[in-house]
Ligand binder design. Structure first.
Ligand SMILES: Nc1nc2c(c(=O)[nH]1)N[C@H]1C(S)=C(S)[C@@H](COP(=O)(O)O)O[C@H]1N2
Ligand SMILES: [Mo]
Length: 215
């Protein structure tokens, strides 16, 4: 098991110390609610795979079975979850495979600027490559040392600690490397293209030039 990669410190926080700070407009949530659009998919291990495709460095597709993916090096990240509907959950310990590990094993072509993270039933979220390569971005299999439950994303969900939680698909199945930005599921339905909770980037109408793809 790897070392924790650090705590959420927020703006002006002290490195290594939890700040217990809420982004603007958020309130603390006790317990762990379930929030998503659509049904909870059933996990079929023999049919599950994780794919990296699009603008890869070698031009090919990369594929892992469930057994192969869960054998990749495991690490933990302590992170907060901020839902755009205004509740936050602080200080969860997520465990899984860093996004950087996937990047190393399946490198993007030089022109890649963004990724689309794909989940079951076509849910997707776009990220800037820099958000995806952040050292704390994690493909999580566990929370507090226990396997994720079905409704929380088992067998795999993305955690992007510095962005609103819709940027972290549950039931994730793959990553598409992109040479231009494109909106994901919620980003096409009125949510901000970047989604930084500390800047309260909730809605599309708040976007400034350069925050999103050309209309
Ligand atoms: N596949 C998928 N992932 C998703 C969503 C969704 O609708 N579908 N909702 C997102 C949103 S808006 C939130 S707040 C978190 C909620 O995660 P939780 O249910 O584990 O608390 O999942 C995110 N991941
Ligand atoms: Mo959310």
């Amino acid at each position: 098991m790897g070392q924790p990669v650090g705590h959420e410190t927020g703006e002006g926080g002290t490195q290594g110390a939890p700040a217990f700070e809420l982004p603007p407009g958020q309130r603390l949530q006790r317990g762990w609610p379930v929030t998503h659009y659509g049904p909870v998919p059933r996990f079929r291990p023999e049919r599950w795979d994780f794919r990296v495709f699009g603008a890869t460095a070698d031009g090919g597709k990369h594929r892992w079975t469930h057994e192969e993916f869960t054998a990749l090096p495991y690490t933990t990240v302590v992170a907060d979850l901020h839902c755009v509907t205004k509740f936050s959950m602080l200080g969860s310990e997520w465990g899984g495979v860093p996004a950087r590990t996937v990047l190393d094993l399946a490198p993007p072509a030089p022109g890649v600027t963004h990724v689309m993270v794909w989940a079951e039933y076509g849910y997707s979220a776009n990220l800037r490559l820099s958000d995806f390569t952040d050292e704390r971005t994690l493909f999580a299999t566990h929370k507090e040392g226990e396997l994720l439950t079905a409704e929380h994303g088992f067998p795999l969900r993305l955690v992007v600690p510095h962005l609103y939680a819709w940027k972290g698909p549950k039931w994730v199945r793959g990553v598409e490397y992109m040479v231009a930005d494109r909106r994901g599921f919620w980003e096409e339905r009125g949510y901000h293209n970047i989604g930084d909770p500390w800047k309260e980037q909730r809605y599309t109408y708040q976007e400034e030039p350069g925050d999103g793809p050309e209309p």
